[in-house]
Write a protein that binds this ligand. Structure first.
Ligand code: AMP
Ligand code: MG
Length: 426
């Protein structure tokens, strides 16, 4: 048996307005369409025994490692927390896949109905909350998550409540450690565990039950993103991407993958990042690209134009000398793809006034930093997850490897400056 224990350089984890955005030329137009349907799969939560293999998508061979063996030396150990997190997001993925499959098969009229997303969102949050509490019964439980049950308790939501409860029970019944059938009230209570404010002390789980709901509705990328904060730092992350191909998406824009989809990325502080098929199989250690040449680098950004200033990202890419057009996909699947070197850079510059939430970045951030990457705000500062439900940051979020980061930061600084002078002269 062979095994590599990678200790990547510990990357420190971590507005602009329309007028400014319009100052930049929109040079790039490229999108990645994902397979329209995810197939259901049997749930397997544990990694297979270690074997050696290399994946063709990598520029260098990857070694499959026994996750538990690779993490023996880290202190404190978050092994049981990570196992619980993986199980929670894997089961939640199952629920989401079931709903997405039905949604995509439905007619146009029912596609405009928002309730499938609602059901999957709440259902996913309930499953994660319940699994974490069941798997870690001795730990105090604090969950910072997007949803609460307020709207669901309305008289008019009776049907939706019942559908969510049924889905949650069906999903949990596929796991051998689940026993009793939950009532509607128990499911609503599990959802309401997500009201925690997080903060700089103690442990807090951070969850986006469906990150990228727009991608979910389109049949494209979405993620179930779960991180754990300990004393304000992200110490582990489990990122399930049910529609992400297992092989590289670099250069695969607009072509639905014919291969297998469904990945889970997971990382623990100081222990590297691993990728595993959602349906089970060997866990493979992944690394961000080693490229030092921006001309060879491609960059990810949001599929949704409303979520990032494309004029600005285009200008930054141009300054860097990036040749490839952007790869636009939804959700934290971008962090997953970056962590395995499908692209070299991720840029996110929300419109002025948008406040980033911690659940949109916690899992993705540790997945990238443990794979050897860096995630910072536009000023080069680490993301600070200790300030409650929001990230308090300068202008935007950027991520790349340590070699490219100084060049990226320089290009960001110059483009922001140009944007400012452009807007002040308008
Ligand atoms: P992405 O697909 O990378 O844009 O990420 C999806 C996430 O973007 C959603 O889960 C939202 O939390 C977040 N989001 C929603 N509206 C905005 C916005 N106006 N700007 C930036 N992010 C947003
Ligand atoms: Mg989100």
């Amino acid at each position: 048996m062979s095994m590599t224990v990678m200790r990547p350089a510990q990357g420190c984890c971590c507005h602009f307005n329309n007028a400014i955005n319009n100052c930049f030329s929109l040079r790039y137009r490229r999108t990645l369409k994902t397979p329209s349907l995810a197939t259901e799969f049997p749930f397997v939560a544990v990694a297979s025994p270690p074997t050696r293999l290399s994946l063709s998508l990598r520029r260098r061979p990857l070694t499959v490692a026994s996750y538990s063996a690779a993490t023996m030396s880290s202190s404190p150990s978050y092994d049981k927390e990570l196992a619980a997190a993986k199980k929670a997001v894997s089961l939640a993925s199952r629920l989401c896949q079931k709903v997405q499959k039905a949604l995509l098969q439905s007619d146009v009229q029912s596609k405009s109905d928002k309730s499938p997303v609602t059901v999957a969102d709440y259902g996913s949050q309930a499953v994660v909350s319940l699994v974490l509490q069941r798997e870690l019964p001795a730990d105090p439980f604090s969950l910072v998550a997007e949803e609460d049950s307020g709207d669901l308790r309305d008289d008019s939501a009776q049907d939706i409540r019942a559908r969510i409860t049924e889905l949650v029970n069906d999903t949990l019944s596929t796991d051998e450690s689940s026993s009793s059938t939950l009532s509607v009230e128990q499911v609503l209570k599990a959802i309401d565990c997500g009201v925690s404010e997080g903060g700089a002390t103690g442990r807090h789980w951070v969850l986006d039950p469906i990150d990228g709901t727009k991608g979910f509705v389109r049949g494209d990328q979405y993620a179930i993103a779960l991180g754990l904060l300990d004393e304000g730092k992200v110490v582990l992350g489990a990122l399930a991407c049910p529609n992400l191909p297992l092989t590289s998406i670099a250069g695969a824009n607009q072509q639905p993958s014919s291969g297998e989809v469904g990945c889970i990325f997971f990382a623990k502080l100081g222990s590297g990042t691993y990728m595993q098929p959602l349906e089970g199989g060997p866990a493979v250690e992944v690394h961000v690209t080693a490229t030092e040449n921006p001309e060879e680098a491609s960059f990810f950004e949001s599929y949704e134009a409303a979520h990032s200033l494309r004029g600005l990202t285009g200008s930054i890419a141009e300054k860097l000398g990036v040749k490839a057009p952007p790869v636009r996909i939804d959700s934290q699947a971008k962090y997953g793809a970056l962590s395995r070197g499908d692209g070299a850079i991720y840029m996110r510059f929300p419109h002025k006034g948008y406040r980033e939430k911690i659940w949109d970045h916690a899992a993705g951030c540790i997945v990238v930093t443990e794979a050897g990457g860096l995630v910072t705000d536009a000023a080069g500062k680490d993301l600070d997850f200790s300030k409650g439900r929001f990230l308090d940051l300068d202008t935007g979020i950027i991520s790349t490897n340590a070699k490219l980061m100084p060049l990226l930061l320089k290009a960001v600084k110059e483009s922001l400056k140009e944007g400012e002078s452009c807007s002040s002269s308008m």
